[in-house]
Design a protein around this ligand. Structure first.
Ligand code: SAM
Length: 290
């Protein structure tokens, strides 16, 4: 089960009250949503979105929860179709859930032998296997550089293309092996696994993660009531930069603007990181619509 990250802080900033409506754009196992619903009873609704059907199926039934399997990049349309209004807050807890890593069997983890898939939604046509075996060397290098900030993107892309000539790269361990062969020896002794950035980059590319965030933030702001809160938890600098810049730009504009409530991002306490090490890279930013 996924442990919700920064739950106390999310609730403190969303500040849900009886009968208010909220959107949880990344419901996962529903940890944050259930905490919101406890405060918005008896009549407040939560529209809970996830791109993985398995996550939607995992969430406990609650008469005030509207579960929807969709890409949050289409937020305005999802909201229109589900006829929810007077939205007091929208939460994004970005990335993948523990289920994706541990149980999906879709190659999100570099520690287990699984097919190279990495899709949140099985309706998505693109997989990591397609990128690795069919994209050009230059396209792969660009993905690793831009989405993984990988220092050895060129070397890794070259190794992938060399290896796939004799045999397709179909599983996670084959990819890990290619990365290990491509990078200098010193890289293998570092604290983070040498393939971590490659896996992050492929996951972002498969799911269009940065595009999704770019697309949804303006929609989220315009869907909120005045005084409503936009709460975003990100897990790496590329996501965080998009959120930070969006907040900054809209804070300086007049129309449909916002006020930033977190000058510096909120990060988990040492105690939270001890209980849930996966929370260690989380950054929470909050803005209020004005
Ligand atoms: C970190 S988990 C959320 C965990 C959740 N807050 C909880 O407490 O259980 C992120 C979730 O966002 C979903 N997700 C990622 N990108 C998405 C997108 N573009 N649209 C909808 N859901 C998305 C993933 O499938 C994953 O379940």
């Amino acid at each position: 089960m996924h442990i919700p990250v920064l739950k106390k802080e999310v609730i403190q900033y969303l500040d849900p009250k009886p009968n208010e409506n909220f959107i949880d754009a990344t419901i996962g196992n529903g940890g944050h949503s259930l905490a919101i619903l406890e405060k918005t009873a008896p009549k407040g609704k939560v529209l809970g979105i996830d791109w993985s059907q398995e996550m939607i199926d995992s969430v406990n039934k609650n008469p005030n929860l509207i579960p929807v399997c969709a890409n949050f990049a289409d937020l305005s349309e999802i909201v229109r179709k589900n006829r929810i209004s007077n939205i007091r807050g929208i939460l994004f807890d970005l990335g993948m859930s523990s289920w994706h890593l541990a149980s999906s069997g879709r190659g999100f983890s570099l520690q287990k032998k699984e097919p190279l898939d990495m899709r949140y939604s099985l309706a998505n046509q693109l997989t990591a296997e397609k990128i690795v075996n069919y994209f050009s060397k230059f396209e792969i290098e660009k993905i690793l550089r831009e989405y993984g900030e990988e220092e050895f993107s060129k070397e890794i892309a070259e190794k992938i293309v060399e290896k796939r000539k004799s045999k397709p790269i179909e599983n996670t361990l084959q990819l890990v092996e290619a990365v290990k062969e491509a990078v200098p020896r010193a890289y293998l002794r570092r604290r983070i696994h040498p393939a971590t950035r490659t896996f992050q980059a492929l996951r972002i590319a498969v799911n269009g993660e940065l595009d999704n965030i770019e697309k949804v933030l303006p929609q989220a702001l315009s869907l909120l009531e005045t005084g409503g809160r936009l709460v975003v938890i990100s897990f790496h600098s590329l996501e965080d930069r998009i959120v930070k810049n969006f907040f900054k730009n809209r804070a300086s504009e007049g129309s449909e603007g916002l006020k930033i409530l977190t000058k510096k991002p909120i990060i988990p306490t040492n105690q939270e990181i001890k209980i849930n090490p996966k929370s260690r890279s989380a950054k929470l930013r909050v803005a209020v619509k004005i």
